[in-house]
Design a protein around this ligand. Structure first.
Ligand code: RB5
Length: 142
């Protein structure tokens, strides 16, 4: 599975922690869409980059992190075919996959700690979609 990750400065430290964890501990190959420092950056630019890549099926899953997760979510969900879930804990990360077939996980770097976030990314990547009645609901989105 091809994965792309991105953040603004508000999510930079958590993005780095998630990327290193996914590469070094969980063994995923992850493309980094930036940012690459704590310098102030505009979250829409990174959200567009990642959402476009997922909508265009270059990547199967994306991970976006800003301060709250909210700005990234607003931008990413403008793309047809993108189902981006702003998640705060293991419950929402798991349900974003089982019920919503989310293809982008969004987190707030100023909202959750790294320990929680690392478990959430693993759960997001390994949890399958439940299908059935949830597929019927996804069909109603567009
Ligand atoms: C940046 O200060 C902050 O506004 C951004 O990271 C994000 O939380 C926006 O939704």
């Amino acid at each position: 599975m091809k994965i792309i990750i991105g953040s603004d400065h508000g999510g930079f430290e958590l993005k780095e922690a998630c990327r290193l964890h996914l590469e070094q501990v969980s063994g995923w190959v992850v493309s980094d869409a930036g940012v690459f420092s704590m310098d102030p950056a505009d979250y829409p630019k990174i959200a567009h980059r990642v959402a476009q890549a997922v909508a265009g099926k270059e990547y199967e899953r994306g991970i976006l992190i800003c301060g709250t997760g909210l700005g990234m979510g607003i931008v990413a969900n403008r793309y047809k075919g993108v189902r981006a879930g702003v998640c705060h804990n293991l419950f929402t990360a798991r349900l974003s996959r089982q019920h919503n077939d989310a293809n982008i996980l969004i987190m707030g770097g100023r909202v959750i700690g790294a320990g929680m976030a690392l478990e959430m990314v693993d759960l997001f990547l390994k949890t399958p979609f439940d299908g059935g009645r949830h597929q019927m609901r996804l069909n109603q989105i567009d």
